[in-house]
Design a protein around this ligand. Sequence first.
Ligand SMILES: [Fe+2]
Ligand SMILES: [Fe+2]
Length: 242
Amino acid sequence: MGYWTRIITEHQAVNEMLQIQNELLNRLKMAKGVNIVHLGNLLSFWRDFLEQEHMSWEEEVAFAFFRKINHPLVDGLQRDHERIRNSLAGLEGTIKLLRQGKPHSGREYVRLGEEFAETMAGHLTRENAAFKELAAMSGEDLASLKYPLPTGFRRQKLIGVFSVAEDMCQEYLEKQCTLPDWLEESTPEPAEAEKSDRLEEPELLEATTGTGVPAEEDPQPVLEGRSSFPEAGEDTLTGDRE
Ligand SMILES: [Fe+2]
Ligand SMILES: [Fe+2]
């Protein structure tokens, strides 16, 4: 799979997760039962895959290339990434309040989630247009663009993230989600020179759960348990758990 094809496929997966998040935010808004574990799973998808993998490599490879050719959109795309990171940090902080049933945390979570979705949707549109334009070009510089496959702990982590994403696609979208091709491939052990140290740094691994704690220590069991929010009234979006 070529570099651009892989990016576009990943954008499809991101789009599907946005649809699921939208469904969950609507339920939260309507004070319907919301599985808070699923909200946490989405945050892990955004942090572990979208931010640490997809966006991070975009900046190192695609944006670096855009800068080299003075592409007019690159600064805007980078600003989008910063906005996305800020929204994500806000969501991660607010889900802790939601879990504690803090007043108005549900409403705040919806606001931040909608802001995140809007930024993401605009960003995907801008990137798809820019990447499509580049994919149509040719040249040695373009042919040499590499998007390294995740290895080791990162790979195992992402396999878990996509497995959970797959379950949520079945439940909320009633279809299989778009998965990266490398999930089907046997584990490649890269040559020493190709190994990326940044993917193995302990401090990075600490920061990959989206909740600020390693997944193994996450008090919320994945895909188990359901939290509901109370019916009607001022406090319906506050996140009080039954
Ligand atoms: Fe992207
Ligand atoms: Fe991006």
